[in-house]
Ligand binder design. Structure first.
Ligand SMILES: *[C@@H]1O[C@H](CO)[C@@H](O)[C@H](O)[C@H]1NC(C)=O
Ligand SMILES: *[C@@H]1O[C@H](CO)[C@@H](O)[C@H](O)[C@H]1NC(C)=O
Ligand SMILES: *[C@@H]1O[C@H](CO)[C@@H](O)[C@H](O)[C@H]1NC(C)=O
Length: 326
């Protein structure tokens, strides 16, 4: 049985060219496994490889020579190696014109590598030392929908309209654990999941989410947001379903949209009561008008100064609540 509809000659060429350090499963001939081998350099990769696993080695360089024939790659995992920005040889990535998934977590990159192939869909660069996004590096990446930059050294001036330009299909961006002190600029309007945990963000400009009409999952845990840095209506955005603001310095429950389903407000300095928590007017809340009932199902308020019992207004307002931690 030849896997993945490979012609016989290609199949034989692929199996015969399998590097001795790697494993090329006969029933999955487009995959080459070279992970966890203590490799210091990339072996010569056979020409019909689609999936290449190089994670957990000591590789410093993405060399053009060893990857010369690897132009058919769809998936390259080189997580947990020692690749530096200088080690990504000119043209080596964009020669892979079908590459959809590039995983380079836990390396030593100081900049987003470039040029990148226009075929990319997922780019993971978490836990490097990235302090620079070269202008235009994402230009033409019309298919990129996931960009993971968490655990790097990005500062405010690195995430701008100029650096983010071209990400016209972006759905998820992870900028957690960087050195941002304000909300990032230039995020594309397609953004649905925005993760900014573990930065130093103190305030959110009013109307910030007007530029992000699809944002649904918003994580700002472990920042420095105080209630004075959260304008009244800033989170009152109907697309938001999941809002996480744990471990900040909020003293009040922010105004939330009526469609919000999950709210994390634990470990803040919130001291009060329900009365202004309800996104709709309790007096007019009418069970017979389905749409008017706030959709909140999960609420965390622990680690604040609120003490049980659960405020009566919270119960009256959030009738669909399934779980509350207080
Ligand atoms: C690339 O493929 C050609 C033709 O199959 C082969 O002669 C050459 O050795 C290969 N190069 C590498 C670096 O694997
Ligand atoms: C929140 O937004 C909704 C819909 O955009 C609006 O009708 C409502 O008045 C806003 N709430 C407040 C308190 O401004
Ligand atoms: C109320 O709305 C929910 C979600 O919008 C829907 O699934 C449900 O069927 C509605 N119930 C009634 C009684 O209209």
């Amino acid at each position: 049985v030849l896997g993945q509809d490979m012609p016989y000659e290609e199949y034989m060429a692929q199996i015969q060219a399998c590097p001795k350090e790697c494993r090329c499963p006969p029933n999955f001939p487009r995959a080459v496994y070279c992970d966890n081998k203590g490799l210091k350099s990339i072996p010569n990769i056979p020409p019909y490889t689609w999936y290449l696993y190089l994670q957990n080695n000591l590789i410093e360089v993405l060399s053009a020579d060893s990857l010369r024939n690897a132009t058919e790659l769809r998936w390259l995992n080189i997580n947990r190696n020692k690749i530096t920005t200088e080690g990504v040889k000119e043209g080596v990535l964009n020669a892979m014109s079908h590459l959809a998934h590039l995983y380079m977590d836990d390396n030593l990159l100081s900049s987003v590598p470039s040029p990148l192939p226009a075929s990319l869909e997922h780019l993971r660069l978490s836990r490097n030392r990235i302090s620079k996004i070269p202008p235009g590096v994402f230009n033409g990446l019309e298919k990129l929908n996931l960009l993971d930059l968490q655990g790097n050294k990005l500062m405010d001036d690195d995430v701008t309209e100029v650096s983010m330009k071209g990400l016209n299909s972006l759905v998820q961006i992870n900028l957690a654990k960087n050195q941002l002190s304000r909300m990032p600029l230039g995020l594309p309007p397609t953004t649905t999941q925005l993760f900014l945990d573990g930065n130093n963000i103190e305030k959110i400009p009013s109307g910030y989410f007007k530029g992000l009409p699809k944002v649904a999952f918003l994580r700002l845990n472990h920042n420095k947001l105080g209630s004075s840095g959260v304008p009244k209506n800033v989170f009152n955005v109907s697309s938001i379903l999941d809002l996480q603001l744990s471990h900040n310095q909020l003293t009040e429950v922010p105004l939330i949209p009526s469609g919000l389903e999950h709210l994390h407000l634990d470990h803040n300095r919130i001291g009060v009561s329900g009365s202004n928590v309800c996104p709709v007017d309790l007096e007019t809340l009418d069970d017979s008008v389905n749409e008017s009932i706030p959709r909140l199902r999960y609420l965390r308020l622990d680690g604040n100064t609120i003490k049980p019992p659960i405020p009566r207004d919270v119960i009256l307002c959030f009738r669909l609540l399934r779980s509350i931690v207080i």
